[in-house]
Design a protein around this ligand. Sequence first.
Ligand code: G3P
Length: 218
Amino acid sequence: MQFFIDTADTQEIKALVEAGFVDGVTTNPSLIAKSGRNILEVIAEICAMVEGPVSAEVAATDHETMLAEGRKLAAIASNVAVKLPLTVDGLKTCRVLSDEGHMVNVTLCFSPSQALLAAKAGATYISPFVGRLDDMGKDGMDLIDDILEIYSSYPDLQTQVLVASVRTTRHVERAAMLGADVVTVPPKIIWDMFKHPLTDKGLEGFMKDWAGTGQSIL
Ligand code: G3P
């Protein structure tokens, strides 16, 4: 399973690239707003930091403007994936950009029906928002299970399932258990994945006992 980082904060991305856990990056208008940066500049900077796909989302909602924005975003770098909302206009734009050879990440997916339409529109990635389904009392990971089951019936479908709106390390674990292709994770959750109190306690005990030997390996 590939790990994409869900942020437009270049310092956070740099730290995780150095740790070796970045296969790609996803952004959206809210994350760009949070960064306080110009979208064209920050996406160009991220594309230079990361070899893998970098999702940059259009801001328009009509097909013609989405298409113009998508082509402009795609021109920033070869690893840009144009992010489009799962609407009629978004999927019309997805089909055109996909046919032009651009990577497309269809976002704001909340049902298996939507995911099926996105695959038929040629999406490179589908982004089901599991956390927001959890917020309304559902189990967002059930959607991932359903989408993977549908896609598995049609091997010629090339769309990769990119689990998004991840809020916990358990979301990441369950995405991997289900066999999702990609998970996009806020930086804090990645760092949380390293942590366990028994690891800290065990290492402390090893170091204490080692100190008692008076030995040095070097
Ligand atoms: O990639 C989508 C993600 O940024 C949305 O997360 O927590 O706002 O649902 P959240």
